[in-house]
Ligand binder design. Structure first.
Ligand SMILES: C[S@@+](CC[C@H](N)C(=O)[O-])C[C@H]1O[C@@H](n2cnc3c(N)ncnc32)[C@H](O)[C@@H]1O
Length: 315
């Protein structure tokens, strides 16, 4: 018995002196490796974000001086930030960006893939017009009309039109929903990134809040008369606030049919379709796809429903 106890205590001693420190050391080494890997990943992510925002989207640029420039009301004109889509330089203020600065590249891809070039595009809730101007610059349309309720957004669009001499191709209308759009306007494609929060009680935030879904409801009620036959609508929405069912009946009751719901980027596809993003470099591509994945965005695609006479064959 004594020998057994002595043996066991020796074993414990050996175990305590050799094995436990060994385990502790090797565990710490793995732990250090793990932490190092995490650090490298975090630094790589930071580099991607800084490059995407800084060198690609140029959000850290110094705003050019607007000395001497006045608005129509005689006040100093805002000092606009600039973003380039091919040969179009878009003027904007940071406060007017509702995500279109990033989502525009996804619109460009979806329009090229699903719809192709059209004659006349309308951007609803346009802000500074990131989406519409990018489609125009990439030759996905010949003409562009934009509207927004916010006079600052409309003024930024006017600045872009002036600076790029686009007066004969681009029109802007300050309008609450579609209320002030001239009756004669006819569009092949409507794009938009409207305020996503359709269950907001009040308009706390003009970028995000759509109190009682009014901005969507009025749009679907009035849009058909502005759509050419075969015309369609492509909106980006946020899954945390809505899904296609929220708008389907409203659209159907107003002469539209659901053309499809294009889901947000699935995890395994974050880095797919690189070749479809023309003109943007890798950091912005990664930033865009990861943002779309985490924001859980989806595209709603509606088409104008054509009335087919009884007995006639749809063409
Ligand atoms: C999410 S932001 C999108 C801005 C820009 N298109 C972008 O993608 O960055 C929503 C836009 O809807 C506009 N808006 C809000 N209520 C509106 C209304 N009743 N009629 C027209 N535009 C409205 C806001 O001024 C804002 O520019």
């Amino acid at each position: 018995m004594k020998t057994l106890l002595r043996f066991l205590s020796k074993m414990l001693l050996i175990y305590g002196i050799i094995v436990v420190p060994y385990l502790l050391v090797s565990f710490s080494i793995w732990f250090i490796f793990f932490m190092l890997a995490m650090l490298i990943l975090a630094v790589a992510l930071l580099v991607v974000i800084v490059m995407a925002l800084g060198t690609e989207l140029k959000v850290f640029q110094r705003r050019p001086s607007n000395e001497g420039k006045k608005n129509a009301d005689g006040k100093d004109a805002p000092r606009y930030l600039k973003i380039h889509y091919k040969n179009i330089e878009v003027s904007y203020l940071w406060s007017l960006n509702g995500g279109g600065l990033i989502f525009t590249y996804e619109f460009d891809r979806v329009v090229s893939r699903k719809i192709g070039k059209v004659n006349h595009v309308f951007e609803y809730c346009a802000g500074p017009g990131f989406i519409g101007f990018n489609l125009l610059a990439n030759n996905l349309c010949d003409r562009l009309t934009l509207s927004d309720v916010n006079p600052k957004a409309v003024e930024a669009i006017r600045e872009t039109i002036r600076n790029n001499h686009l007066e004969d191709k681009v029109t802007v209308v300050q309008s609450d929903c579609l209320d002030a759009i001239p009756e004669h306007e006819q569009w092949d494609l409507v794009v938009g990134n409207p305020p996503w929060d359709v269950s907001a009680k009040t308009q706390k935030n003009i970028i995000l809040s759509d109190p009682q879904g009014r901005v969507h409801e009025k749009f679907f009620r009035d849009i058909r008369k502005f759509l050419k036959p075969g015309g369609s609508i492509l909106f980006i929405e946020g899954r945390e606030f809505s899904n296609a069912r929220c708008f389907k009946d409203l659209a159907r009751n107003n002469g539209l049919e659901l053309g499809g719901v294009l889901k947000s980027v699935p995890f395994l596809e974050i880095f797919k379709h690189r070749e479809e993003y023309r003109g943007i470099r890798a950091p912005l591509f990664i930033f865009l796809r990861v943002s779309l994945f985490f924001r859980e965005t989806y595209f709603l695609w509606f088409k104008r429903k054509e009335v087919v006479a009884v007995g006639a064959q749809p063409v």
